[in-house]
Write a protein that binds this ligand. Structure first.
Ligand SMILES: [Fe+2]
Ligand SMILES: [Fe+2]
Length: 381
């Protein structure tokens, strides 16, 4: 069983190494709103803390004394290609610090007085550069677009809070859900599978990320607990994993499929459940949701022809989100469908295909948060 991290949006951890914590008190107070902060002396004992792999390490380098330069080397040796940010603060820029940046030992240096707003601005630039740009650049273009649209969602939600469009609590819930998916996509238990999917068919990978984000937002909207939320996000991310075993000639075929091709395509939930079962034997709900995301309430879905009462709620949620995403994703051969048009189609599906109560709740969520106004990506059928 892979190592699992809680999906609940945790605060990123920041280790601040300084001999003069009082000097940075105001800065630390602001950063505490975002980070769980540990302040420790900038002496050799700090290296032990780096082994816990915090999300961000800030090391003060005094002009005289202290071990800032040595500590930076230690921290860099331990991050070994991870996404951790490593930032140095110093009274002024020096040649040795410049060399550390050039050699990519540290990501940035912040100089000047910590009393100024510019100091914090520099910090956010340094932290953002590493954690966001590196993450996005490691992804393919469509996947990067999905991540960016997730981030745009946060911004939209912030705007709506300011204008009273959605209450603060609602904004926090949806934003943390989407942030969790971004984390989850890089989680060691999920990332390798997504990576393989991306290698096989990038559009399906991008579609999966979008469904993951929508599922997590949906989960927050219907008030599920943290464990359930993680399950929803995972189901969204992994629901089409089985398409890895469907030939590319079918997945990427621009025209309609032959009957034989359609049958092969309709096996992807079975393949997906088998693949997920290999990594998540103890999560039957996830395996079942992946297998049954194309079932319909009237029994005309696949692969098992389950009917109302037999289909697990997680599969019903996935079906709603998946259909919406499939309609509004941009495809190689068509522009994304307008939100209203998609809902007009889905209105007719509520009942025979989609669970009406869940569909209505999802529709409200999308209308409330303008999820469908995000730039869409090329995605799988
Ligand atoms: Fe599917
Ligand atoms: Fe799908």
């Amino acid at each position: 069983m892979p190592n699992r991290s809680p999906i609940a949006a945790r605060k990123p951890r920041l280790v601040f190494c300084t001999a003069r914590p009082a000097r940075y008190a105001a800065v630390l107070n602001v950063l505490r709103q975002t980070f769980a902060i540990t302040v420790i002396p900038n002496d050799p004992s700090a290296a032990k803390t780096f082994e816990t792999h915090p999300d961000c390490i800030v090391i003060e380098n005094q002009l005289v004394g202290g071990d800032g330069m040595w500590l930076a080397q230690q921290a860099n040796a331990l991050r070994a290609g991870g996404r951790q940010s490593l930032i140095m603060v110093a009274p002024k820029m020096t040649l040795p610090i410049g060399r550390l940046i050039e050699e990519r030992v540290i990501d940035a240096a912040i100089t000047g007085s910590p009393e100024t707003g510019e100091f914090l601005n520099s910090f956010w630039r340094a932290y953002g550069t590493v954690s966001e740009d590196e993450t996005l650049s490691a992804l393919s273009k469509p996947a990067g677009q999905v991540m960016q649209s997730g981030r745009q969602l946060f911004t939209q939600l912030e705007d709506m809070t300011a204008t009273g469009g959605i209450d603060l609590e609602g904004r926090k819930l949806v934003a943390s859900a989407a942030a969790s998916v971004v984390d989850l996509a890089g989680d060691p238990s999920v990332a390798p599978m997504l990576h393989q999917l991306r290698g096989h068919h990038d559009s399906t990978f991008a579609h999966s990320l979008r469904v993951g984000i929508l599922m997590a937002s949906f989960g927050r909207a219907i008030g599920v607990g943290d464990d359930q939320l993680r399950l929803m996000a995972e189901t969204g991310l992994l629901h089409d994993l089985g398409k890895m075993q469907v030939p590319l000639s079918i997945l990427a075929k621009p025209g309609s499929l032959t009957e034989a091709e359609r049958q092969e395509m309709s096996l992807h939930p079975v393949y997906g459940a088998q693949l997920v079962n290999e990594g998540y034997r103890d999560l039957p709900d996830l395996i079942s949701a992946v297998r049954h995301h194309h079932e319909k309430l009237d029994g005309t879905g696949y692969p098992d022809g389950q009917t109302r009462g037999q289909i697990h709620e997680m599969s019903l949620c996935t079906a709603v989100v998946d259909v919406f995403s499939a309609l509004t994703d941009r495809r190689d051969y068509k522009e994304p469908m307008e939100r209203d048009q998609a809902f007009a189609i889905m209105d007719t599906m509520a009942g025979p295909h989609l669970e009406p109560r869940l569909y209505r709740r999802f529709r409200e969520l999308v209308l409330d948060t303008r999820l469908a106004d995000e730039p869409q990506v090329r995605a799988a059928r």
